[in-house]
Design a protein around this ligand. Structure first.
Ligand code: PMP
Length: 358
């Protein structure tokens, strides 16, 4: 009776385990394990960001800038909006939860695709709201079906561009036109965690002047290689951004992460090099999967879904061979594993472990 029932019914979320943990369980040398389970950047971190983070360590006795002032100004320039429209979070995961704090009460509905990034559903359930899950069509979000699922109780609609775990994306122009059709009582959240891997993303400049309730989410966890530091941000209308600012913790983003993000944003060379390596990695992995006769979903992110018939069993066997991928049963895809594109050497090891595990 004491505990909020939404907590007791909350599914347990199992993100990719740390390499050390896997090594301990299986009695393996951590140095011999590769993790291609969490869509991290296999090339590491932007060197500019690393240097800035090392400098920031020296101020560890001071609280970080709770307002993330410098970073928000820089991000506002990047997206051609006002600094008041940017909210920085402890990863974009925190921003998804803050949206729940601001908008969700029991009985509310949240429209999302299935399978789509699992945190949308977890946050919806945590606030006692109801996830309205709209099946993807050919692994792509069905925008018309999502619109049809909106009722007067709908508060939030989530659209990841590209989606995780499928790695697929909707056409940018179609997404932009669809966002413009949202009824005024609905907040639409376009999650662009993997946007930097795309050729191009919609330009949202000016979309807020129409009073549109639109939130764009971005993260430093993926192409910028800063997953450990937990920095993500939302770009929204000024009023909505102000609501998110009210419910965040006073010092929600650590100083090392802020310094790293500020340096990483300008590192175009890093982004270009990572895009190029990711494309080459895709060619290698796709060729390998074709050779093995493994069906996969063509992806525009930095990961792909492969059909291995029994995802859990193949995951277990690959893990014992020191290659950690992600089983996706929790997404309703028991036959599949999600594999992050690694370095050339990691991709070779992954393909060899997969071949031996099928
Ligand atoms: N959105 C999507 C679609 C993701 O795949 C992820 C990371 N797995 C996130 C958001 C959250 O990223 P972070 O909290 O590290 O910013």
């Amino acid at each position: 009776d004491l505990v909020n029932p939404s907590v007791l019914t909350q599914p347990v979320y199992e993100p990719g385990r740390p390499i050390e943990d896997v090594a301990r369980e299986l009695g393996l040398d951590p140095a011999g394990i590769i993790k291609l389970a969490s869509n991290e950047n296999p090339l590491g971190t932007s060197p500019r960001a690393l240097a800035a983070m090392q400098r920031a360590l020296g101020q560890s006795n001071m609280y970080p800038d709770g307002g993330c002032i410098a970073l928000r100004e820089r991000l506002a320039q990047r997206h051609k909006v006002e600094a008041g429209q940017i909210v920085v979070g402890n990863g974009s995961n925190e921003l998804i939860e803050l949206l729940g704090h601001v908008f969700l009460r029991p009985g509310d509905e949240v429209v999302m695709g299935t399978p789509a990034f699992i945190v949308y559903k977890l946050v919806t359930l945590l606030f006692g709201a109801t996830p309205v899950e709209v099946p993807l069509t050919n692994h792509v979000h069905d925008l018309a079906a999502m619109s049809a699922a909106i009722t007067e109780r709908t508060k939030l609609v989530f659209l990841p561009c590209p989606n995780n775990p499928t790695g697929t994306n909707n056409d940018g122009a179609e997404v932009k036109a669809w966002v413009a059709t949202m009824p005024p009582h609905v907040v639409v959240v376009v999650d662009e965690a993997y946007a930097e891997y795309l050729e191009e993303s919609p330009d949202w400049t000016g979309e807020w002047s129409a009073g549109r309730k639109l939130v764009i989410l971005r993260t430093f966890s993926k192409i910028f290689g800063m997953a450990a530091q937990r920095v993500g941000y939302a770009c929204a209308g000024t009023e909505l951004a102000g609501l998110l600012q009210r419910v965040r913790q006073p010092f929600n983003v650590n100083a090392i992460g802020q310094a790293g993000a500020l340096a990483a944003v300008d590192d175009e060379d890093w982004v270009t090099a990572c895009q190029r390596a990711n494309r080459a990695g895709f060619r290698q992995v796709e060729d390998g999967l074709k050779r093995l006769g493994v069906v996969y979903v063509p992806s525009v992110g930095n990961f792909l879904l492969a059909n291995v018939r029994d995802g859990r069993a193949v995951f277990d066997r690959m893990q014992r061979a020191g290659v950690v991928v992600r089983p996706v049963g929790v997404y309703g895809l028991p036959e599949w594993v999600r594999i992050t594109i690694g370095t050339a050497e990691q991709n070779d090891r992954m393909l060899a472990a997969l071949e031996a595990s099928l």
